[in-house]
Design a protein around this ligand. Structure first.
Ligand SMILES: Cc1cc2nc3c(=O)[nH]c(=O)nc-3n(C[C@H](O)[C@H](O)[C@H](O)COP(=O)(O)OP(=O)(O)OC[C@H]3O[C@@H](n4cnc5c(N)ncnc54)[C@H](O)[C@@H]3O)c2cc1C
Length: 378
């Protein structure tokens, strides 16, 4: 075994949470390394609508959002499987940017700030011994005082460590699949549409350069019942919603589908074996809330605040772990639970038809529901 280098902070997973954490650590002068199993830039399954609560934080990290002429999104259009619609002004709103672009920008900023960013590297084990983490990949080991796992919804290490959510039987909060495309289309400006269909929903909103992101989530069962064919499922189930039928038949598809499976909204822990979990690896909000990216970024800030105190010898490891967990729960636990409740309504054809019809006369209530899944600027 070759021990290569010693770091202050090792981060496994270079998505939003991991890259944002690495930039904060590097700016504070800590030797930081990020392991990412893919190579930037790459596409990711995500609706690519970011709530405005993350705007200031991204700019502070160094993303020049104000100069990028990104689409601003202030309106929500919800459609039920039967085609009935509800339109609503978003209390806070958001903006559109593809993950292809945003993750790549953050990766560049991380490198410029001195983060060692290893691409095409899948971490195979993380072990804590004598106050040091040993992180192993491809026959190599690096050591770090802090290990943070920001490896997203479900990784090889979740399975290896038998994290609780990987052992759950299939239920109404796990075993979803996600599919994303980029489209050339012509939709109203400044709007995110969320179209429901049997056992799923599909979001459409604008990203950079006039393109649109179409991203849907549904049960693995829907796919199985359609011979595991995405095309067949889109034809037989998704396009039963008349709005989606129109979109699928009139848009130019710019990318092949990007897919993920085994998405779970079951509860997760934020600290295990002294490792801090950040982003989706600590708990995932249902995508219909449109807020997972802001939460992943916000969690990186909460983690950094505690890492900083620990590395400056101001608090013990135990205090760092407890404070991070407490802060995480304070900011996110209620939002996740509201998201889970909403998910139950939106998965079911009859309930989402009923929900949209009954909410239509009460815009104030819709606004309150949206606020319950969102936070403040951080
Ligand atoms: C269908 C769908 C639609 C969504 N739409 C939206 C939306 O519109 N707005 C919104 O705010 N949120 C949305 N989300 C949620 C959002 O995508 C996530 O909350 C966000 O990506 C979490 O960021 P992260 O950094 O935790 O994880 P990720 O961005 O998933 O990053 C994790 C990284 O870790 C890497 N990795 C994994 N294992 C290893 C390993 N062993 N070694 C090295 N690298 C590893 C992966 O390659 C990946 O790059 C959506 C989610 C889904 C499923």
């Amino acid at each position: 075994m070759i021990i290569l280098q010693k770091y202050d902070v090792a981060i496994i997973g270079g998505g939003l949470a991991g890259l944002a954490l690495s930039i904060q650590c590097a700016k504070a002068g800590y030797r930081s390394i990020v392991f990412e199993k893919e190579k930037y830039p790459f596409h990711k399954v995500c609706g690519e609508y970011i709530s405005f609560e993350a705007w200031d934080f991204l700019e502070r990290l160094g993303v020049p959002l104000a100069e990028m002429n990104l689409p601003v999104i202030r309106k929500l259009l919800l459609s039920a499987p039967n085609g009935k619609i509800l339109e609503q002004k978003l209390p806070l709103g958001g903006f559109g940017i593809s993950r292809y672009k945003l993750d790549n920008l953050l990766a560049d900023i991380a490198r410029k700030n001195g983060v060692e960013l290893l691409e095409n590297i899948k971490v195979e084990s993380v072990q804590f011994e004598n106050e040091i983490f040993n992180i192993r990949y491809a026959m190599n080991t690096v050591q770090a005082q802090i290990a943070a796992c920001s490896f997203g919804k479900r990784s090889n290490l979740d399975i290896k460590w038998k994290r609780n959510f990987t052992l759950q039987k299939n239920n109404r909060l796990n075993n979803y699949i996600g599919v994303k495309y980029h489209l050339q289309a012509d939709f109203p400006d400044g709007q995110i549409a969320l179209h429901n269909f049997k056992n799923g929903y599909c979001g459409i909103s604008q990203v950079e350069d006039g393109k649109y992101c179409l991203c849907y989530m549904t049960t693995a069962k829907n796919l199985r019942e359609n011979g595991n064919s995405i095309l067949q499922m889109e034809k037989n189930i998704i396009q039963k919603n008349p709005h989606l039928k129109k979109i699928f038949s009139s848009s130019g598809f710019l990318t092949e589908p990007v897919t993920i499976s085994q998405i779970s909204f079951d509860k997760k822990s934020q600290v295990e074996n002294h490792i801090l979990f950040v982003g989706d690896s600590a708990g995932m909000i249902t995508p219909l809330c449109g807020n997972g990216m802001s939460m992943a970024l916000h969690a990186s800030k909460l983690a950094f605040d505690q890492i900083y105190f620990f590395l400056e010898n101001k608090i013990s490891r135990k205090k760092m772990e407890n404070s991070y967990q407490r802060q995480w729960r304070f900011h996110f636990r209620k939002r996740l639970s509201t998201g889970r409740t909403l998910q139950r309504f939106f998965g079911n054809t009859a309930l989402s038809n009923l929900l949209i019809a009954s909410l239509k006369p009460f815009p104030g209530l819709v606004s309150r529901l949206i606020r319950a899944t969102h936070g403040q600027s951080f």
